[in-house]
Design a protein around this ligand. Structure first.
Ligand code: HEM
Length: 489
């Protein structure tokens, strides 16, 4: 009996302790010990946060397992926090350390502080030098698209799954920047496919182990973490092969691509506290490669996929876009970036597609780097921050009919493009996506080329496919079949 009383007292103390909040901390619902609000937040936390907003306001306290967190669901406050350096940290999760083969995260996606700044500045500088945001990348993208269209023609006129169809061509463009050649074997795309499917499959439980670190230690198999880690092995090996090749052929002063620039930076670094120094530099190099591929591959490929699905589902929008493609570009030449200025409707479709999808609904988790105040609330250092991008892109008060796919909302009365303050798909601010320009250029060239060559329709056996996403860290399109019919053939 005494034991039972002690256990009850222990559980109550644990519960009360878990509910203790600092003074002036944002309000939020009661959570569970150990799990915090993980179970309440459910499979679509961005939607739950929107519901919580009605009761608690736009800044809500929710605990992600062992990690105290706040969710921000208002585009004005989002912009304010994203621009503030104290909100530019990342939580120190064990999965990020593991993928970096280190006791702290390496690379640029999941790091913070000096290390992140060094890696970010380096990556931006080198990608710019390699022409990633300029017209010099246009030729690479156009060549990749031409090949892609030829392959697609072989499969047209019958319903087909396009689930992973865009991954290889998109990864090839990044690959060309990073290692100076296309991945002709398709190995990179295949490895990413395995990882993506694994993330999708283990999304629920694996997220538990991310936020309750001891859970994964006790139940590595059940948690799905074992499998996620197993998939990292072949990915590491794949990148290491290229790193070794480059190291053996590198000539100092002759930078061929991003990897050469990285090798040169490691060789030139003499400061032991730098993230480019010796072994730490090597681990950072591997992590940065993984970062660029995950951040740049899945995102662009899935946005193209979603746009195809929307345009197949809304044929009137597709027809209007094709009319613009036909009148501005015609069918005797490839689309070029200089066409963009004359094609507002196409740009509006791409914008609406990004808005409607809200591809990365909670951005990538941020964390506070020091105690900071936001709208009168005190947020302690190391609080995880969920930037609810979805809430901005689907703000009912601002957009009126956010659940309707309506590209015209991006055009004014004269048919010119309009900028909207809640449009934050790339999270403007200190950690703004470094691939935004490349992604926008790729999206324009892919969408115009695809609809110049094909009309896309839904599968007659499933004419109204679901537009509900599969929610992981990104919103993936559901599996369905689409039919590509060649135009002007
Ligand atoms: C449609 C395509 C894309 C979308 C919607 C997208 C969106 C985003 C978002 C929302 C973030 C998180 C920003 C934050 O944490 O506040 C991000 C970060 C990032 N993106 Fe993208 N992205 C896209 C394409 C790309 C491409 C092509 C690259 C490759 C060059 C890339 C590289 C990165 C990197 C490295 C980061 C981390 C930046 C940092 O932590 O400092 N992204 N992206």
């Amino acid at each position: 009996m005494l034991y039972l009383v002690l256990v009850v007292i222990f559980i109550i103390t644990l519960y009360l302790f878990s509910q203790k909040r600092p003074k002036n901390y944002p309000p939020g619902p009661y959570g569970l010990p150990i799990f915090g609000h993980l179970l309440q937040l459910g499979p679509s936390p961005h939607i739950t946060l929107l519901k919580l907003k009605e009761k608690y306001g736009p800044i809500v306290a929710v605990d992600f397992g062992s990690y105290p967190a706040i969710g921000i669901s208002d585009y004005r406050i989002l912009r304010e926090a994203l621009a503030h350096p104290s909100f530019a940290g990342r939580p120190n999760l064990n999965v990020f350390q593991h993928r970096s083969r280190d006791v702290i995260a390496r690379g640029l996606l999941f790091t913070e502080g000096r290390q992140w700044l060094e890696q970010r500045h380096f990556a931006i500088k080198q990608l710019k030098a390699l022409g990633y945001s300029k017209t010099s990348i246009e030729t690479t993208v156009q060549a990749e698209i031409s090949d892609f269209l030829i392959n697609l023609k072989a499969d047209c006129n019958r319903p087909m799954s396009i689930r992973t169809r865009f991954h290889a061509p998109v990864l090839n463009i990044l690959w060309a920047l990073i290692v100076g050649e296309r991945d002709t074997t398709g190995e990179a795309a295949m490895l990413f496919k395995i990882c993506t499917e694994s993330i999708e499959e283990h999304n629920g439980l694996a997220s538990l182990c991310m936020f309750i670190p001891w859970f994964s230690k006790i139940f590595p198999k059940l948690s799905g973490l074992d499998e996620m880690n197993k998939n990292l092995g072949p990915l590491w090996a794949f990148f290491e092969k290229y790193i070794k090749d480059h190291q053996s052929t590198f000539i100092p002063g002759q930078v061929r691509d991003f990897l050469d620039a990285y090798i040169q930076e490691i060789q030139n670094t003499t400061d032991p506290s730098s993230s480019f120094y010796k072994e730490v530099g090597e681990r950072s190099m591997l992590s940065t490669l993984l970062d660029l591929f995950f951040a740049g591959g899945e995102t662009t490929a899935n946005t193209i996929h979603w746009t195809c699905l929307y345009l197949a589902s809304f044929p009137k929008v597709q027809k209007r876009l094709q009319d613009e493609v036909d009148s501005v570009i015609g069918n005797s030449r490839l689309p070029a970036l200089t066409d963009e200025i004359s094609m507002p409707y196409t740009c509006a479709v791409i914008q609406e597609s990004m808005r409607f999808t809200a591809l990365i609904p909670l951005a990538i988790f941020h964390s506070t780097t020091q105690d900071v105040e936001l709208k009168g609330y005190k947020i302690p250092a190391n609080t995880m921050v969920l930037m609810n991008v979805y809430s901005a892109l689907h703000d009912k008060e601002y957009w009126g009919d956010p659940e309707v796919f309506r590209p015209d909302r991006f055009l004014d009365d004269e048919g010119k493009l309009i900028k909207h303050e809640p449009m934050v798909p790339f999270c403007p601010g200190k950690r703004v996506c470094i691939g935004e320009v490349l992604a926008r250029n790729e999206l324009f060239l892919y969408i115009t080329s695809l609809f110049q060559t094909f009309s896309i329709s839904t599968d007659p056996a499933n004419p109204n496919p679901s537009l509900d996403p599969i929610v992981t860290w990104i919103q993936m399109p559901p599996d369905h079949h689409l039919m590509f019919t060649q135009r002007n053939s």
